[in-house]
Design a protein around this ligand. Structure first.
Ligand code: CA
Length: 615
């Protein structure tokens, strides 16, 4: 024991000695193209050079020619572990705010492709004075730099690095918040520009447990409606397969969901949790992360699976072009009822006019025998569904009702208007049933779509529109009494295994706490809390209010689903005091300051257990 204490003290002494020795570092100033100054109407590049950020003079500054992704730094000549940084904004009226969300990075490649963040500036600076922050990154870097936030032209008076010479190690890496951080650098700072062409990149994923994954990857845009927002959604394609964070799948393809219109930044997270509770066979892997692209903070994203046929994802046989007959030809197939099918290279329109995109085998790999098999199969399955009645249940031989019902309930309780607009389905080899799922894309769910807001005013299910695809779904939902009873039974199972008000509100509260530091940065980068964007019906001006709105929606929606499905309360393990207060239709549920309250006969009760509107 004494030995341990002695060695701890020695360690402390060594680190104190090192810090004391951590002087201000010098090196060769480097940076992106400096701003242009006009002298006698002639452009010169002699002013505001990288060296001006390291001359100790508050009145000289570095400014860049381009508005964004621009930077200034030092080549230290050899690797150094950075322990402290200092900065001061350009000495002018705009100064204090213009370095907010600026990022300080270290790299060992002169092009900064392998750079990792050292510090993210999240408060206003001080004109005429250098502010400092300690850096918690044990890795050594030769090249260090400051990248200005979006549209700021860098504009920095002074930049300081402190540290000591050394290779360091990766025992401590910096992340801007408690969340994992995805750090992307693209070749020549190129911005991804479409959904086809990948930009060569180096991607580093720093886990909350200190893990690090760095590899080359392609980066491109993804998504449909979401692609048009200023905060872009991305597809990552690593050159080799990796598990990322705690993912079940080892894969090349990953998605970064942008959550621009979802001000809670958690609609997908909550919906995927509901999908798991509803026992869908596969729910996409999804983790909230902070994203940096070329040294610019892009916001809070969700790092998710790509929906594809793969072990740990849609785990069915993956077809090859030689699967041409018999059992081999029978699957697996992964397709999507797809409202955007007309934007795909070869969409399939069923006899009943349902638009379908076949994802696996995809358009590049599929051979004619497989396409023809799939289209025949789809026609047979669809015909059976359209003939469904109490007297004709053939459709059950072609469609797995369990996955359909659980997909349906997950989407309905989350109030997802896109549930049939985009609906993944798959067929296994040697099995003639179509299975529904996985669930995907809930950014306009949970009362976030002005077209149907508020959902609690509707008497019909969310899916019940007039499209051909919705008509297909209607033939399943209302096939016969047995089918409707089974749906109620699946709802009963879900209600007794985690789809209850208190469990879901607790899940949301925990998620909001985990996202808190990241949402603060996200809405500094995208100050839209008071604006309606995408399909927003309202904008409440604060993150907490948006989270409360989500909670309120779920409280109301669970009651609505109970009534709609004719679900009556049954004995429930985990009943609590509140259950026993005979909560009934005369009670009102409200959320105040994030807390669920019941008001009965004018008396407020704080809820500590499950609450149901009993019949
Ligand atoms: Ca200066």
């Amino acid at each position: 024991m004494q030995k341990k204490i002695y060695s701890a003290l020695l360690g402390l002494l060594v680190s104190l000695t090192l810090s004391a020795a951590d002087g201000k570092l010098t090196g060769t100033p480097i940076g992106s193209s400096p701003s242009v100054e006009y002298v006698n109407f002639t452009a010169t590049y002699t002013e505001n050079q990288p060296k001006d950020a390291f001359d100790g003079d508050m009145n000289t500054f570095y400014a860049s020619y381009e508005r964004s992704y621009t930077w200034v730094g030092l080549d230290l000549g050899s690797r150094h572990v950075i322990t402290r940084v200092g900065w001061s904004p350009r000495n002018d009226g705009l100064g204090p705010g213009r370095m907010v969300l600026g990022v300080i990075e270290g790299a060992n490649q002169p092009d900064f492709m392998d750079a990792l963040p050292l510090y993210l500036i999240d408060t206003k600076g001080t004109v005429g004075q250098v502010d400092h922050a300690d850096v918690d990154c044990s890795l050594g870097f030769r090249y260090v730099r400051y990248i200005g936030p979006n549209d700021a032209r860098c504009n920095i008076s002074e930049l300081e690095f402190y540290g000591h010479k050394g290779e360091g190690d990766s025992t401590a890496l910096y992340r801007p918040t408690n969340l994992p951080c995805v750090v992307i650098h693209t070749e020549n700072n190129r911005e991804p520009y479409d959904k086809v062409n990948y930009i060569e990149s180096i991607v580093t994923i720093i886990g909350a447990d200190g893990s690090i994954l760095q590899d080359t990857a392609g980066l491109r845009l993804r998504g449909n409606a979401s692609i048009n927002f200023p905060k872009k959604p991305y597809r990552l394609k690593f050159n080799t397969k990796h598990k990322v964070l705690d993912s079940p799948a080892k894969a090349k393809n990953w998605t970064l969901i942008n959550n621009y219109g979802d001000k809670t930044l958690m609609r997908n997270i909550v919906a995927f949790h509901v999908s798991e509770v509803c026992r869908m066979p596969y729910t996409p892997f999804c983790r909230p992360v902070d994203v940096l692209v070329n040294g610019e903070y892009k916001g809070c994203y969700q790092l998710c699976d790509k929906i594809e046929v793969k072990k740990g994802r849609v785990s069915i046989d993956e077809m090859t072009p030689t699967d041409l007959a018999g059992n081999a030809l029978s699957g697996g197939y992964l397709w999507e009822i797809d409202g955007y099918a007309n934007q795909e290279p070869s969409p399939y329109y069923s006899p009943h006019g349902v638009p379908v995109t076949l994802h696996s085998p995809d358009n590049d790999e599929i051979v004619p025998a497989q396409r023809s098999y799939f289209e025949n199969y789809y026609r047979t399955m669809e015909n059976a569904v359209y003939k469904s009645s109490a007297n004709d249940t053939t459709w059950r031989e072609y469609l797995d009702y369990t996955t359909f019902a659980r997909y349906f309930l997950t989407n309905e309780v989350c109030g997802n208007p896109d549930m049939i607009w985009s609906c993944y389905m798959y067929k296994k080899r040697g099995d003639q049933k179509a299975y529904t799922g996985p669930v995907w894309d809930f950014d306009i769910a949970f009362d976030n779509d002005y077209r149907i807001y508020p959902a609690s005013n509707h008497t019909q299910f969310i899916f019940a529109g007039a499209s051909n695809a919705e008509s297909f779904a209607r033939h399943i939902v209302y096939a016969d009494q047995r089918t409707r009873d089974e749906m109620t039974e699946y709802w009963h199972q879900a209600r007794n295994s985690g789809i209850d008000t208190l469990s879901l509100l607790t899940f949301i509260d925990n998620t909001a706490r985990a996202l808190d530091a990241s949402q603060r940065l996200n809405f500094m980068r995208w100050p839209i809390l008071s604006q309606n964007v995408h399909m927003n019906p309202v904008a409440l001006g604060s993150y907490a209010a948006e989270v409360d709105r989500l909670k309120n929606f779920l409280c109301m929606r669970i009651d609505w689903m109970d009534r709609k499905l004719g679900y009556t309360r049954r004995p429930f393990e985990g009943s609590t005091a509140v259950d026993n207060q005979q909560v009934n239709d005369n009670c009102r549920k409200i959320i105040r300051n994030g807390q669920l309250l019941i008001i009965r006969n004018g008396v407020e009760y704080t809820v500590t257990g499950e609450v149901r509107t009993g019949k």
